[in-house]
Design a protein around this ligand. Structure first.
Ligand code: UDP
Length: 329
C-alpha cells in the first residue's frame, strides 16, 4: 500500500516525502507544480503532475495506485496574496479540497492528514496557544484553512472518514542532506529573505514594525524546523492507522523569537553584518504566535529535534548558500 502526498513538490511536502521514503514507505506524489518544484520530489516517489480540481485525474490515481492514506499539502499559503486575491485562496484551498474529498469518499480512502496553520487563531488572547483557543483569523489564508478544517469535520461525520489537522507555526530550515530546502517565488518569509543579504541578493532586511507590544517591539514567532513538521505527519498517519479519532494539533517549539532576534542569530550563523531597517507594519500580522504543542507530544508522541534557532538557521543557510536560486541552476 502507498501513501499519497498531494503537494509533495512543495516545501513541507517534499521534506515529508523524503522522510517517508527514508523510513521505507511507498510514496505517490501529486503536484500541479504551480508553486512546487519537480526537482524537490524524491527520486524514489512515483510522481504525477495534475490538479486537485480535476476529479477524473484524482480518481485515476486512486484506481491505479493502492492508496491507504493521504497527506494533503496542496494549498496556497501567502498571507499578503490572500488579502489581495481572496478568491484564488477559496478556489484552491476549499474548492480543490472539496474535489479531493469527493474522490476519497468515492474511492473508499478514509484517512487523511492535512496542513493547517497558526493563522487560524488570529490575534491570540494569550500565549502559548492551545488548540481549544478561539479561532478568529485576521487574514483570508487563515480563514480558508479554518473553513477547510470544518469541511473535514462534517465530511468525516457523514462519510466515516478520519482526519488529522496540523496547525503549523513558522516552518523553517532545510533538510540535513542539503538536497532540498525552501524555494518560494516570490519569497516572502523572514528567514530566507534575511539570508538573501549574506548571499549578495539583497542589500538589507526590512523589519515590519517595531511598535508591537513585545519585548523589543518586533513580532514574535515560534520557528519550527521543517523536518520536525515532516515527522509529525508520519506520526499523525500512524495514529490514524491505529484507530485514532479525528483531531487537531499545534506544531511548534513553544519558544518565541522576535524578528530582531532572528536577524541577530542569522548574523551569528553567517558571520555577515546583515543591515536591517525598520519599515511599516505588515497588514494582518499578529504581535505574537507561540504554540503549545503539549497535545501533539502526549497524543502523537511528537517531540521536535531542532529546538534551537541557531541550528534551524544553520540548516537554512546551508541550503540557501549552496542554492541561491532555489532549484534553478
Ligand atoms: N517579517 C519582516 N520582514 C520581512 C518578512 C517578514 O519583518 O521581510 C516579519 C513578519 O512581519 C512576521 C515575521 O517576520 O512578523 C515572520 O513572517 P513570515 O512571513 O516569515 O511568517 P508568518 O509569521 O507571516 O507566517
Amino acid at each position: 500500500m502507498a501513501i499519497l502526498v498531494l503537494g509533495g513538490a512543495g516545501y513541507i511536502g517534499s521534506h515529508t516525502v523524503y522522510q517517508l521514503i527514508d523510513s521505507g514507505r511507498d510514496v505517490v506524489v501529486v503536484d500541479n507544480l504551480a508553486t512546487g518544484h519537480r526537482e524537490a520530489v524524491h527520486p524514489k516517489a512515483r510522481f504525477y503532475q495534475g490538479d486537485l480540481h480535476d476529479r477524473a485525474f484524482l480518481d485515476s490515481i486512486f484506481q491505479k495506485e493502492k492508496i491507504d492514506g493521504v497527506i494533503h499539502f496542496a494549498a496556497y499559503s501567502l498571507v499578503g496574496e490572500s488579502m489581495t486575491n481572496p478568491l484564488k485562496y477559496y478556489d484552491n484551498n476549499l474548492c480543490g479540497t472539496k474535489v479531493l474529498l469527493e474522490s476519497m469518499v468515492a474511492n473508499g480512502v478514509d484517512r487523511i492528514v492535512f496542513s493547517s496553520t497558526a493563522a487560524t487563531y488570529g490575534e491570540p488572547k494569550h500565549v502559548p496557544i492551545l488548540e481549544t483557543d478561539v479561532t478568529v483569523p485576521t487574514n483570508c489564508y487563515g480563514e480558508t484553512k479554518l473553513s477547510m478544517e470544518k469541511m473535514f469535520k462534517w465530511t468525516a461525520q457523514a462519510h466515516g472518514l478520519r482526519y488529522v489537522s496540523l496547525r503549523y507555526f513558522n516552518a523553517s530550515g532545510a533538510h540535513a542532506s542539503g538536497a532540498i530546502g525552501e524555494a518560494h517565488c516570490p519569497e516572502s518569509h523572514l528567514i530566507p529573505l534575511i539570508l538573501q543579504v549574506p548571499n549578495g541578493q539583497r542589500e538589507k532586511i526590512m523589519i515590519f514594525g517595531d511598535d508591537y507590544p513585545t519585548t523589543d517591539g518586533t513580532c514574535v514567532r515560534d520557528y519550527i524546523h521543517v523536518t520536525d513538521l515532516a515527522q509529525a505527519h508520519i506520526l499523525a498517519l500512524e495514529y490514524l492507522n491505529h484507530g485514532g479519532q479525528s483531531d487537531i494539533f499545534n506544531l511548534g517549539n513553544g519558544v518565541g523569537f522576535s524578528v530582531k532576534e532572528v536577524i541577530e542569530t542569522a548574523r551569528k550563523v553567517t558571520g555577515h553584518p546583515i543591515p536591517a531597517e525598520i519599515a511599516a507594519r505588515r497588514v494582518g500580522d499578529p504581535a505574537q504566535l507561540i504554540a503549545s504543542s503539549e497535545k501533539a507530544n502526549s497524543i502523537l508522541g511528537w517531540k521536535p529535534e531542532y529546538n534551537d534557532l541557531e541550528t534551524i538557521i544553520a540548516t537554512a543557510w546551508r541550503w540557501h548558500h549552496t542554492h541561491p536560486n532555489g532549484f534553478q541552476v
